[in-house]
Design a protein around this ligand. Structure first.
Ligand code: NAD
Length: 281
């Protein structure tokens, strides 16, 4: 029997637990979100984040700009860093091409970096020190744990080496004592590598790339990809229907990794608040 790793349900449980925790706090944690430009997908993501934050009792403030200069944006980040009421800062990516994304992300106070994209936090993840962990990788690990608690010794294959998804997931799995392989667009014999994976994480961005023939019987499969088919339907990087019976557990798309990403953003905001205030609920 294959276990459906229902991220929608798990995210709901995470939000409920956070809402209970927040009720015990002296004030609502506050999240500042910066949205620049007119990318419709980014606008939807930000709306969803705002809604989810409000539901659990996190105060969110969205700074929306059609355009803004690098200098003005850096100045806003500096103000948010210095604002003692602000616990978390998120700059919605991608930023328009005229802005230097790296410089903006590095300007965020690492303690308020609820997306976990600051180089200091990525470095801490690498050396195994506690730090805010990127939301999607953190959510993936929680989904894997629904299927199996102890991951020691398992072969994990992460397809994709982006700084915000592939690399941090690989680090998290390494920390869980998995033997981790990272594959990417230049990898040769990808199907063969996949066939050795007890845990397979696909973060490619290409629809239905992974098929059943690539999957080791009983593998745990996490599909991070969000793609649209020609008829406009959402689908992942894994051919879900084709692979389902071959896996011991698999995430769907939608309602898999996506909802967990937002839940982990909320968790990171509460954790940033607790760390700053030294409160242990
Ligand atoms: P990216 O484009 O930065 O990275 C894609 C990676 O896939 C690269 O490292 C590339 O080398 C690798 N790749 C490309 N083609 C390949 C191939 N044929 N074989 C093997 N590797 C290949 O993308 P990203 O930001 O890491 O996102 C990956 C996917 O995850 C996208 O579909 C994105 O929309 C999705 N995503 C989902 C969430 C979520 O919350 N569910 C969050 C972030 C990203």
């Amino acid at each position: 029997m294959t276990l459906l790793l229902n991220g929608f349900e798990l995210a709901k449980q995470c939000r409920e637990q956070l809402a209970e925790k927040i009720k015990t706090l002296p004030r609502a944690p506050k999240l500042a979100v910066v949205l620049v430009g007119n990318d419709p997908a980014s606008a939807v993501y930000v709306k969803n984040k705002e809604k989810a934050a409000a539901e659990v009792g996190i105060q969110s403030v969205v700074y929306r700009f059609d355009t803004i200069s690098q200098k003005e944006l850096l100045s806003l980040i500096s103000d948010l860093n210095n604002d003692t009421e602000v616990d978390g800062i998120l700059v919605q990516l991608p930023l328009p091409d005229d802005l230097n994304e790296k410089e903006i992300l590095q300007a965020i106070d690492p303690a308020k970096d609820v997306d976990g994209f600051h180089p200091l936090n990525l470095g801490k993840l690498m050396i195994g020190e506690p730090a805010p962990v990127a939301c999607t990788p953190k959510g993936c690990l929680k989904l894997i744990r629904l299927a199996k608690q102890n991951l020691t010794g398992l072969n994990a294959l992460v397809i994709g080496r982006s700084v915000i998804v592939g690399k941090p997931i690989a680090q998290l799995l390494l920390k869980e004592n998995c033997t981790v392989t990272i594959a990417h667009s230049k990898t040769e014999n990808l199907p063969e590598l996949c066939r050795h994976a007890d845990i397979l994480v696909a973060a490619i961005g290409k629809p239905k790339t992974v098929n059943a023939d690539w999957i080791k019987k009983g593998a745990i499969v996490i599909d991070v990809g969000i793609n649209r088919t020609e008829d406009g339907k959402l689908c992942g990087d894994v051919d879900f229907e084709n692979c389902f019976d071959q896996c011991s557990a698999i995430t769907p798309v939608p309602k898999g990794v996506g909802p967990m990403t937002i839940a982990m953003l909320l968790e990171n905001t509460v954790e940033a608040f607790l760390k700053k205030t030294n409160i242990r609920p």
